[in-house]
Structures are given as structure tokens and as C-alpha cells.
Design a protein around this ligand. Structure first.
Ligand SMILES: *Cc1c(COP(=O)(O)O)cnc(C)c1O
Length: 424
């Protein structure tokens, strides 16, 4: 099926007389006739449900839809995008291990890797997405277990050269994990370019209405764990907490990663998505293929307008001709990138504050990828503890505004921006 059809119908096919809409299985537990029946589930000998901390039918249907959209072989939902990235990394990298990550990633993921995972004994080397092949290769160590990057980075809007990062990861015997939140599988399918695992904050475009926090992990099913068995003992040696199951042997390349992630990490850490939230997510997914082109159309219209404005120092938007990442965007995101546009006002922090106060359509929010246009000035919000000098060093000028273009009329958005610029 094509992506459009998967968005609408994937993951759930009702039988005769069953509900047309995906049922919310609002149940923590599931009933069995015999202890033997249940025992087989606990031994991973049979598939089925026993407790919603591990698996729930509503969640599985939505995960199957996202899996099909990304072209993967197995997938799971998590309670948030943060949980998805943590689980994807921690499933293969634990104490004493090392990961290579792009330095241009979401702040929450950067903190997760730099601070929290470091406390767990996982070290990281950050590389610029624009580094040379030699610099990338030099970042690997004996104990490196994964490479991580974002298709379109939030908020820097850099575009990852997925094929190049995948080639480097594979040359060192490790998988590439790509956070595809901003592009969504409508605009880019990282697995087709060599990525092995794809993660999502479904809170963003997939939900698309600012209704539910959530995440997802998809396995491309191509990484051969057994060919690198010494590097991945968690997948390739017996799991004593599951009667000696060897995940890569029993579930193969297609299923080992997600089965281990569910049966170990979900069991022990419990970051399950509420079935109710999975239902909201599914409603969002049903129109993802219709909404993404409109977000991109509005993003490009706003970026093009801003580029010609006197009070605007620069515009960052990967689909805008002349952008630093335009060529990569044309390669990986030929039908559009996303609805998020960043731009710097010449007047700095005060100018950004006046501009945003004057906006009528765009609301001030720490959110992106919503049907409603919203914006943020990092210098006075998420990064307000930093001085102008520190902000400049971090590549976030004080006058930078991140605008997430929603689904309104681009004419109204541009008129709103125009009148606000006059007051900036
Ligand atoms: C928002 C975001 C996250 C974190 O997701 P939550 O659902 O907020 O936990 C991770 N990666 C990217 C690219 C994001 O934009």
C-alpha cells in the first residue's frame, strides 16, 4: 500500500461486525483460561497480551501503522519521544559503552546523552553533522555501539546526510539510529537511506494537534546482530531473565531489537503510552499525509517572505534555495522538509520580544509541529539563563525566532508577520 492508504487504514483491519474505529483497549490486564496459556506468554513462546505495561492491542495497532509507514519490520510505542530515544540507545548501549551522536540534535536528547546516560556509564562523542569522513571515522572507539542523528534537527534545522552516516556506522559494525520526528515518513524514510532504527516524538507532526505526548521506535530489520555478536551481547547471548532466550537467534534480524526492548526495557522501566493517547495519535496519523504538504507549503511561503524583509538578518529553512542544507534537503526531502522556520531579527532580543508580542495568529509556545502556528524566542525562554555571548557561541543569536507554521492560510500568517515586523 502507498503511504496515503497506510495513514488512513494501516495497523487495524476490523473483522465482520467489529468497530470501524480503532478500539481503545482500556484494560491493564488480560484473562486466560489456564496457567499454561499464560506461562507460554511469559516465556515468549506465544504472542499475546498479559499486562499493559508491556503491550496493549491499541498501542500495537498504532505501532504497526507507523512501522508500515517507515518501511520497518517491527515497532513499539513509548510514553514520549524522550523515552523512545532513551530506549533505542539503552537497548544496545549500557555501562562501559560509547555512542557517536550528531551535535545538532534536540536539546532534550542532547541532555539525555550528555548528562543522564553519562551517569549510567554510557559515554558519547558528538560530531558536527558537517564533519568530514575522517572526523566521523575518528569518533568511533572499540566500545562504540551506535550512531545517532536527526533527519532534520530541532531547532537548528540542519539536515543529516543519512547515507554517509549509515556507511560510517556500518563500516564500524554498529547501527545508525535516526530520529525522524520533523520529517515524518511522509517526507523521508531513513531506512531506505541505510538507517537501521528510526525513532519519533509522536507528540509533534504525527499527533499534529498538540493533544498527546508520545514516542515510537521502528526497527528496519536489516542490521545483522549475530554478525557482530561480541559487540551486542544483550541481543546475542542468553537472557537469563527470559529462561536463556537469545533474541537475535529466536526473533531474527527483523524482530530481535523490538522484542528485547519490550520484554526488558518496557518490563523494567515501564514507559508505556496510554492506550487513550495511542488512539489520539492514530487520529493524527489518519491525516498526516494531507497535513505535511500543507505545513511545508506554509513553511516555504513564510521563509520566502521573511527572506526579503529589511528587519530580518537571516532565514534558516532547508527547503529555501540558498540555505546551507538546501542540497541535502533536495536529496533526502524532495517533497518538502517541515513547517518549522527559524529567523534572526536584526534588533536582537528586544526586537524579538516586540515582534512576538505583536503577533495575532502565531501564539508563543514551547511546542512545534502543531496545526496552530506557534513561535518561540530561545533567548527569552528555553535558553534564558545564557548571556548574548554564550548564545552566539551556541549558534543561537538573541534575536532568533523559531516559528512552527501550522495549517492556517499562508496569506494570513504572512500578513500577521508583516504587521508584527513593523512593530519590532
Ligand atoms: C520533541 C522532540 C523530542 C522529545 O520528544 P517528547 O515527546 O517531547 O518527549 C525528541 N526529538 C525531537 C526531534 C523532538 O522534536
Amino acid at each position: 500500500m502507498k503511504k496515503e492508504t497506510i495513514c488512513v487504514q494501516g495497523g487495524y483491519t476490523p473483522g465482520n461486525g467489529e468497530p470501524r474505529q480503532l478500539p481503545i483497549v482500556q484494560s491493564t490486564t488480560f484473562k486466560y483460561d489456564t496457567s499454561e496459556d499464560m506461562g507460554r506468554l511469559f516465556d515468549l513462546e506465544a504472542s499475546g497480551y498479559f499486562y499493559s505495561r508491556l503491550q496493549n492491542p491499541t498501542n500495537d495497532a498504532v505501532a504497526a501503522k507507523i512501522c508500515a509507514l517507515e518501511g520497518g519490520t517491527a515497532a513499539m510505542l513509548t510514553s514520549s519521544g524522550q523515552a523512545a530515544n532513551f530506549f533505542a540507545l539503552f537497548n544496545i548501549a549500557s555501562c562501559g559503552d560509547h555512542i557517536v551522536a550528531s551535535s545538532s540534535i534536540y536539546g532534550g536528547t542532547f541532555n539525555l546523552i550528555l548528562t543522564t546516560m553519562a551517569k549510567m556509564g554510557v559515554e558519547a562523542t558528538f560530531v558536527s553533522p558537517d564533519c568530514t569522513d575522517e572526523e566521523l571515522s575518528a569518533a568511533f572507539r572499540e566500545n562504540t555501539k551506535a550512531v545517532f542523528g536527526e533527519t532534520i534537527a530541532n531547532p537548528a534545522l540542519t539536515v543529516l546526510d543519512i547515507a554517509r552516516f549509515a556507511a560510517a556506522a556500518h563500516a564500524h559494525g554498529v547501527p545508525l539510529i535516526v530520529d525522524n520526528t520533523f520529517a515524518t515518513p511522509i517526507n523521508c524514510r531513513p531506512i531506505e537511506w541505510g538507517a537501521d532504527i528510526v525513532t519519533h516524538s509522536t507528540t509533534k507532526y504525527m499527533d499534529g494537534h498538540g493533544a498527546a505526548v508520545g514516542g515510537a521506535i521502528v526497527d528496519g530489520g536489516r542490521f545483522d546482530w549475530m554478525a557482530h555478536a561480541e559487540r551486542f551481547p544483550g541481543l546475542c547471548t542468553p537472557d537469563e531473565s527470559y529462561h536463556g532466550i537469545i533474541y537475535a537467534e529466536k526473533f531474527g534480524k527483523e524482530g530481535a531489537f523490538i522484542t528485547k526492548c519490550t520484554s526488558q526495557l518496557m518490563r523494567d522501566l515501564g514507559s508505556i503510552q496510554a492506550p487513550q493517547n495511542a488512539f489520539y495519535l492514530n487520529l493524527g496519523l489518519e491525516s498526516l499525509h494531507v497535513r505535511m504538504p500543507r505545513h511545508c507549503e506554509n513553511g516555504l511561503a513564510v521563509a520566502t517572505f521573511l527572506q526579503g524583509q529589511e528587519k530580518v538578518a537571516r532565514v534558516i529553512y532547508p527547503s529555501l534555495p540558498g540555505d546551507k542544507y538546501y542540497d541535502l534537503a533536495q536529496k533526502y526531502l524532495p517533497h518538502g522538509s517541515c513547517g518549522v522556520v527559524s529567523f534572526e531579527l536584526k534588533g536582537g532580543r528586544a526586537s524579538a520580544e516586540r515582534f512576538m508580542k505583536a503577533l495575532r495568529c502565531a501564539a508563543i509556545e514551547t511546542h512545534v509541529a502543531d496545526a496552530r502556528t506557534c513561535c518561540l524566542n530561545p533567548a527569552t525562554s528555553t535558553h534564558r539563563q545564557m548571556t548574548d555571548e554564550q548564545l552566539a557561541a551556541a549558534g543561537i543569536p538573541a534575536g532568533l525566532v523559531r516559528m512552527s507554521c501550522g495549517l492556517e492560510s499562508s496569506e494570513d500568517l504572512i500578513a500577521d508577520i508583516q504587521q508584527a515586523l513593523e512593530q519590532a
